[in-house]
Design a protein around this ligand. Structure first.
Ligand code: SF4
Length: 369
């Protein structure tokens, strides 16, 4: 098994520690399933940290992020060892929270326990986003609650949220006595989410963005579409997705207009930051690497033919352009037989099982009158 796939799918509780802040903001929040490239990179980085071996990572950026976290861990453990002895270290700790009538659970990345009754919790945050300070962060508080419950001898817990992409660390110390107020906070969030889901909505930036109800939430549409009416666009009276056909037509027109406006606004603000050094409070200029590719396969093969076989090289060439192949075949065919030659090419490829039809994309296109 690929060592980097060992922790690819941790099951999540409905009101998991990482989702509590969203439920606190809006009790009707609903988590999205599925994954994305940043989450997948996060899983690989976590596994490399867990194994203490960044060299498991092929990507340079991911490797440097894992190294950053491990360097912090080594430094912090070194400082802590001056006054206390590390007696146990738990990775991927399942922490359970029984609060009032409610039960939930989560997974903490790393918990170190020391012989003086203290502990240290580390959580690696490998995405680009910021997080709330550890002093008020409900995810950290939920983990702390679960860790205190799991290790009864523990008196206090230092919690570190480590954000390698942002070069940030946020820290808080919790004592066992703090867990009463933490329990009240967590049980209130879960009770409100259970009782008010579908009744109370509180659209909020940074929460709705991750909500599975985003496309159908009336409260969010009413708030977000204010921008439409302020910009002079026609906003339908009924912004729900099951309004009259006329309302839905207006809604679709508005959605297309706003989508273009969003893209153009983001592009222009990025241009201002890049070219004019403009500062936007709360944001910083950052960069992501795009995948490396070989534009000229012949040149590429010539350069590496002593290192890989032609079969291996072809296996790395993931797609072959059908229009380009058709062009070559048609150029060689006698006049009047080009279409036939192209069809023959397609038949041969299809017969061999090599040709895969592209899927069909559906879209709603305006009818021009
Ligand atoms: S989209 Fe609606 S339900 Fe989801 S978090 Fe926003 S306001 Fe709440």
């Amino acid at each position: 098994m690929n060592p980097l796939s060992s922790s690819t799918s941790r099951p999540h509780a409905e009101h998991s520690p990482s989702a509590l802040k969203n439920y606190e903001a809006c009790p009707s929040f609903k988590g999205r399933s599925g994954t994305n490239p940043i989450a997948e990179a996060g899983t690989r980085i976590h596994t490399a940290i867990e194994n203490g071996d960044p060299s498991l990572l092929a990507d340079e950026v991911e490797r440097s992020l894992a190294e950053w976290c491990l360097a912090f861990l080594a430094d912090n453990r070194g400082k802590k060892s001056v006054n206390a002895k590390l007696v146990a270290s738990h990775q991927e700790v399942r922490v359970e929270m029984s609060v009032g009538d409610f039960y939930t659970y989560g997974t903490s990345d790393l918990v170190d326990l020391y012989d003086d009754g203290s502990g240290v919790l580390y959580d690696w945050k490998t995405g680009y986003g910021s997080v709330e300070d550890a002093e008020v962060n409900v995810q950290v508080q939920a983990y702390a609650f679960g860790v205190f419950a799991r290790f009864p001898e523990l008196r206090n817990l230092d919690c570190y949220l480590v954000l390698p992409r942002r070069g940030e660390i946020t820290y808080a110390r919790y004592a066992r006595a703090d867990m009463e107020r933490v329990q009240l906070r967590i049980s209130t969030i879960i009770a409100r989410a259970k009782e008010s889901a579908g009744k109370i909505f509180n659209p909020k930036e940074g929460v709705c963005d991750y909500c599975a109800n985003q496309g159908s939430c009336k409260a969010l549409a009413e708030k977000a579409l204010l921008i439409g009416s302020k910009s002079g666009f026609e906003v339908p009276d009924n912004v729900s997705l099951d309004g009259t056909p006329a309302d839905r037509a207006k809604l679709l027109k508005l959605a297309n207009l706003l989508a273009n406006w969003c893209e153009d606004t983001k592009k222009e603000l990025l241009r201002q930051a890049l070219e004019e050094g403009a500062e936007i409070p709360g944001y910083k200029l950052d960069q992501r690497r795009t995948p490396r590719t070989i534009d000229n396969p012949l040149l590429g093969y010539d350069a590496v033919k002593d290192l890989v076989s032609v079969e291996e090289y072809l296996l790395a060439c993931t797609r072959v352009s059908m229009p380009q192949l058709e062009k070559f075949v048609a150029e060689r065919a006698p006049r009047g037989h080009k279409a036939e030659a192209k069809q023959h090419l397609e038949d041969v490829l299809r017969g061999s099982g090599a040709l895969r039809d592209e899927g069909v994309i559906h879209l709603l296109k305006p009818i021009r009158s």
